[in-house]
Design a protein around this ligand. Sequence first.
Ligand code: B12
Ligand code: SF4
Length: 501
Amino acid sequence: MRVLFIYPVLYKMTGLPAGLASICAVLKENGHEIRIFDTAFYANKESRSQTKIRSERGISKAVEDEERRLPENDTDIEKDIISSINEYKPDIIGVSILEVVYDISLRLTKLIKRHFGDIPIVAGGIFPTFSAERVIGENSVDMLCLGEGETAISELCNRLAEGKSFTDIPGLWVKKDGGIYKNRPSGLHDINKLPYPDYTEFDKRLFYKPMQGRMFKMVNIATSRGCFYNCSFCASQKLVEFFKENGHGQYYRQMDMQRAIKQIEFQIEKYNPEFLYFSSVNFLAMSEDDFDIFVKGYRKIKLPFWIQTRPETITKKRLLELKNVGMNWLSIGLEHGNEEFRRKVLQRNYSNEFFFQKMEILRELGIGASVNNMIGLPFETRDLVFDTIKANKQLLERNPRLECNVFLFTPFKGCELYDVCMKNGLLDMDFINACDFSDKSVIRFSEDFQEDIKGLTRTFNLYVRLPEEYYADIKIAEKNNKAGNIMLRKLFNFLKRKPSP
Ligand code: B12
Ligand code: SF4
């Protein structure tokens, strides 16, 4: 079968999707052909890359070679998709959907249905998994996949190729003769048995990600799936519940480390990256034995790499060994600076002091990191945001090399905080988060707090990095008006001139 995957993704949101690439690998093994159509490089008048926003907010360095590495398409997305379908003539079209791209996904599936009514369209990904009724209710969607899709879609393609019935495939919901066949989710895959994710058909620009002011060609390596923590703002908890309720056991799976090393060697050979991007959500959640195998195996690889992990997993010994084999940067979530709020609302249980000590280890070892924070959480107040600012200030005193990221909290379906927002009347009933890095929260906050969020998001790094005698000026810079914008530029210019630590 000829399969076309649509990968709807925000503007210049690069990085490779390991889940979809895993499906590509399984389909190819089964003798099917793949093409991918992504939306990353089509701009509209509001499009701004995340890299640009981060540098404007004083979080990270401007990325000099972004335009060269990631040039935009100068063609029209709708014309392009139609001509690529006319030329490739797929037998089936799959769309991989996260909530933020649901709008654009539907725009494309509707367009395709209008022009190519006979080609079946199957939706998969986190959003269709958590909003199945809504997605299957769309006229332009013929089938959807719940949970992991490798077996379900390859079985579907095999049956379509053989002209067999496909209404009973585990994991698929299928529309037929005016009804919907709702099969239970298929089991979880043994990640040691799946073929390595296949990125060959993805746009080469998607391999590039920014790192300290430069774009690097990166390959995404997943050494695990899922996570065993329960943060209320993340899909992990509900994914775990979803698979347990359906009798499929533990969603969190760690790959055999010998195999992970083989995968790394294979991906390097195949794609020739300059950097490795480990997308495992909590990279260091591995046993001492696995860690030793990783470090020994990675020693000969000699490529810089990036990880994300939890503070609980950090030890000096581990970080030193990782640094020695090439770890260049890591990302870690503080998420909020008020301990009680973090524990009660976000379900993250550690003290600020504990987190600070971990960041001191990084300083001692000369390792840089991005610390992630959120703003605009339900029940948050301006004072609570200032607890986050204060905690980041204290962090920088202990480790001046840290980058302090701030993200506007967005409640996605499939995370506990979404339900909390709904129960408390903080969201519209059929709400869908189609945000594109907007600085206005979708939560029903008071007008004053909405203004605070906008202002504090753009000035977060000024508050964090400048002494308190500047706070009156920063308050002026919070406002998006003439005086505020002049002050904002002035303060950021001042910050740029400050000698770096
Ligand atoms: C790596 C990662 C990324 C990568 C790659 C994205 C990708 N699509 O894989 C990058 C850096 C690009 C990224 C970006 C973003 N991400 Co992200 N990301 C992840 C992360 C950490 C791992 C994804 C992964 O590999 N999972 C494991 C694989 C096996 O699962 P999977 O991707 O869901 O794919 C399987 C099934 O869903 C299904 N499937 C998927 N697509 C399809 C298509 C078809 C046709 C079929 C049949 C099946 C199918 O089969 C796959 C294989 O089993 C997840 C956390 C998580 N737990 O998933 C967040 C997560 C997916 N990201 C999230 C968010 C919010 C974002 C951003 C908006 C963040 C931001 N503001 O920058 C952007 C938006 C991306 C976009 N589309 O524009 C949210 C999504 C929430 C939601 N309900 O939509 C998650 C769940 C994290 C969270 N907050 O809980 N992300
Ligand atoms: S935010 Fe990170 S640590 Fe928390 S549950 Fe999600 S993946 Fe796990």
